[in-house]
Ligand binder design. Sequence first.
Ligand code: ZN
Ligand code: ZN
Length: 266
Amino acid sequence: MLDIDTIGWPGSLKGVLGQLLDLAFPPLCPVCSSPLPIPSSNLLCPACLAHVKAIRGPICTRCGIPFETSKGPDHLCWRCIDQTGGLDWTRSLFEYHSTVSTLIKGLKFLGDKSCLKALTWISRPVLNESLARLSLKIHEGTCIIPVPLHPSRLRDRTFNQSLLLARKLFPGFQVKNHLVMRVRNNPPQTGLSAKLRRQNVKGVFAVSSKKSMENYSRFIIVDDVMTTGSTLEEMARVLKREGAQNVGAITVARSIPAISTSSTSP
Ligand SMILES: [Zn+2]
Ligand SMILES: [Zn+2]
């Protein structure tokens, strides 16, 4: 399909052309391929949008996992009470299933730009809400770092979905995709236990320029999906080892096993 966003025409002309194209070729929902209602700025059909579940709270103030109960204040979960890892905070925007899972897989494995657009569209308001709850103001001293791919995996995939998401979620900010490098091509984390996941990411990351880090007072790691958080923790640990004071993480989605939603017991 013709993507008029990539054409360098004046905005008003793009708007008119966009409306004509929408009439001739109604935009499709990137999840179920049904035509989107016109006129509408929605990038998902109502049915698929209804299956998007934002993580709102109460959540663990450190790792961001939602608790079973929908009432009460945010607080530390049983895992984080005694834990002092690399990450100071983590926030995931959506539960990883249904619509969000399809969009992320469409972006990650098919490079589908309509999935990226739809993810950006649903994510921005939830991200702003999360940052406001953290009382976090993003300023020029904030460094946005996507989780890097190993060069050989980047060669196969041709793009890094975390970099694409970081640029869309933090427009206007410097996204430093070479500050942390993946120096070991570890096997995918899929299917591994939490313990094996931690072992699998040991020694995977390295900071490319400690000097460049001095320009920033805060670092935010961006990734598509969080499962146990081992990858994010390891990256944060490497950043802190090189002098970072404040490291947080934002992921678009998070896998939430039923057993992990208890706030009081392992
Ligand atoms: Zn749909
Ligand atoms: Zn926690």
